[in-house]
Design a protein around this ligand. Structure first.
Ligand code: AHR
Length: 619
């Protein structure tokens, strides 16, 4: 173990060992020291991540990196992180295999310095930034390909998992299984733990196959294990089995070459995020404002039919880039309406960011009508704008109009709200909040605020627009938390459309029905909470005291109510999406691949915290 620690500490940049106090003297112009902790460096994907970090850091003269490799020993990785902290690092980049063991130590580090979690996640939100793929989507895409490959027969599938403790493996498995169960008659007959390693997958699979198990398809959570599976089949002279891997590296034995050679049938390019991690680390260290909380990188499905385009360097044929024009780039933005203070701040942010970025913006307001929003998008297509962004009123019903945009070759950016469409290539990127997490945060505050209460707490929920992403997700997140304790009793949910008037109307109705029985109001936005506050006052009760008020958005008006003691808690939902949107538009113009999702960083505020923050509030 001791030997492992010493060998595990690799110092890049020729610095030699030093302590924080030595740093300033001996390193001359070196200003920042970044610690990088890997769970292992024995797989091609982690090696690629390492290469990207090294290459990118070499571009920054004033920054150095210390790498540690825990050689697949979780306790060792905990030790490594402590060692890095003792070297006085200014920022930690960490990739983890065992989320349960590593989450607490990373939370501790996050209290002291910024932390970027890379590629493999931790539990919760105790980090500065997460960069990685949507692993559930990854598994889901693999399942769809498995269904296509297996055709009509009732196929038997073996799943080869990565390390059991890693969230990456858990999420890929979940996405794969859910889709297989929902959309096919195939069955997953066995799961083996390949621990991300080729040899282990090969040995485990050989044992299984020798026992007489007969699969039609093998789904491996990475390409190394997919290659192991292929070798096991070859040694046992078993033919005709389809293999799907994940990672899609373009190197010897990498997924792209395996697909090209017909060794495996499909892979998913899963970027490591190493380059972006260093770029964001530099931004974090330079305290650049408005940085996101999560960057979800894009996966590309690669099969025999499109592998050549990925092997030709620089050809990302599935991403709609904008052809450079002589004129300014033209962005059509179909704003959903003017229903709330949040929305007004969001519109202002888009207008001012477009001006600053030199983007020609055509902004049209749909006045909260989905039909009108579709008409506006169709008009943008006719006008041949370069990019279309919109904030979808509801989650459903977008297929037709988005297909028209896709056929016209116009990339779509979803701003603030997500949609439900089967074909995920209908949209290019999403920029906005994690609404489920917002709901959870609202629920967690209630749990902590009422921890001494043993009697039932009666809740009125005022939801946002029916079938809109924020309403669906905020409800889900809140329920997830309060359902853990039967003392929380939901009296009724009303659908309030995110407006002050609706909040007031439904609260009046709730008071008429339940009167003083109501203990808590959970409103899906501040405007509805403010409406509810008025109704409670009209009824002769004290909002914030007789009835606790929990809300979402954290606008300045909500802060005012917190200050006056009429509201108890608000969860921030950041409307200032303009700068991130313009960056994405510019990246599209410059041929830079933009992430699948960019999730904004957000905070929460109770009455005490709001006093400190009040003067700094931008919206
Ligand atoms: O989609 C974001 C939500 O829409 C905001 O929370 C709400 O105020 C707005 O109307």
């Amino acid at each position: 173990m001791i030997l492992g620690t010493v060998l595990g500490l690799i110092i890049f940049g020729g610095i030699g060992e030093f302590s924080k106090s030595q740093k300033a003297n001996s390193l001359g112009q070196v200003k920042y020291l970044i610690g990088v902790s890997y769970p292992n460096l024995n797989g091609p994907w982690q090696l690629q991540m390492n290469k990207e970090i090294k290459n990118e850091i070499a571009r920054h003269d004033d920054t150095r990196v210390i790498f540690t490799d825990a050689a697949q020993n979780d306790e060792q990785q905990v030790q490594d992180i402590h060692s890095l902290m003792s070297y006085g690092i200014d920022l930690l980049i960490v990739s983890v295999d065992n989320a349960s063991t590593l989450t607490p130590v990373i939370s501790e580090v996050y209290k002291k310095i910024p932390v970027i979690v890379l590629g493999r996640g931790v539990k919760g939100y105790d980090y500065t930034l997460y960069i990685g793929s949507d692993n559930q989507l990854n598994g889901n895409m693999a399942a769809k390909e498995a269904i296509r490959l297996l055709g009509n027969k009732r196929g038997q599938i073996i799943e080869v998992e990565g390390n059991k403790e890693s969230l990456q493996a858990e999420e890929r498995s979940k996405g794969f299984r859910e889709t297989i169960q929902r959309e096919s008659k195939h069955s997953i007959i066995e799961t083996i733990n390949g621990n991300w390693l080729k040899d282990r997958a090969e040995d485990e699979l050989k044992n299984l196959l020798k026992s007489g198990v007969k699969p039609d398809l093998i789904y491996a959570h990475n390409d190394a294990m997919a290659l192991g599976a292929y070798q096991a089949l070859k040694q046992l002279k078993i033919e005709g089995i389809k293999i799907i891997g994940t990672d899609g590296l373009n190197e010897e034995s990498g997924g792209l070459r395996l697909v090209k050679q017909g060794i495996i049938d499909a892979t998913y390019i899963t970027p490591t995020g190493g380059t972006s991690a260093v770029q964001y680390a530099i931004d974090i260290l330079h305290k650049v404002p408005g940085l996101p909380k999560k960057i979800i990188l894009r996966n590309h499905e690669v099969t025999k039919s499109n592998v050549d385009s990925y092997l030709t360097e620089g050809d990302n044929s599935s991403i709609p880039f904008i052809k450079k024009k002589e004129r300014k780039i033209k962005l059509g933005f179909a704003q959903v309406g003017s229903e709330s203070e949040w929305r007004l701040a969001n519109t202002d942010s888009i207008i001012s960011a477009a001006k600053e970025a030199g983007v020609e913006l055509i902004l049209k307001n749909a006045d909260y009508s989905q039909k009108k929003q579709m008409d506006i998008i169709r008009d943008f297509i006719k006008q041949k704008v370069d990019v279309i962004a919109f904030s979808p009123k509801t989650e459903d019903g977008w297929e037709e109009v988005l297909m028209e945009a896709k056929n016209a070759g116009i990339p779509i950016i979803l701003s603030d709200r997500e949609i439900n469409v089967e074909d995920q290539t209908m949209w290019t990127s999403f920029i906005g909040s994690d609404f489920v997490e917002e709901g959870r945060r609202a629920g967690k505050w209630l749990v902590s605020d009422s921890k001494l209460t043993t009697t039932p707490l009666h809740i009125i929920e005022i939801e946002g627009t029916a079938n809109s992403a924020p309403a669906v997700d905020r409800k889900q997140g809140f329920n997830e938390i309060i359902q853990q304790n039967s003392k929380f009793q939901l009296l009724q949910s009303y659908s309030g459309d995110f407006t002050l008037d609706q909040g007031k109307k439904w609260m009046k109705q709730a008071l008429k029905t339940y009167g003083t029985e109501i203990d808590v109001v959970y409103a899906h936005n501040d405007d509805m909470a403010l409406g509810a506050i008025k109704a409670i006052e009209d009824y002769g009760l004290k909002p914030g005291v007789d009835i606790k008020i929990i809300s979402i958005d954290a606008t300045i008006k909500a802060f005012n109510s917190l200050k006056l003691g009429k509201m108890n808690f608000t969860v921030e939902c950041n409307p200032l999406l303009g700068p991130q949107l313009m960056k994405a538009v510019k990246d599209l113009e410059n041929g830079i691949e933009i992430p699948q999702k960019i999730i904004t960083a957000e905070e929460t505020f109770d009455q005490k915290q709001s006093k400190k923050e009040f003067s700094r509030r931008a919206y």
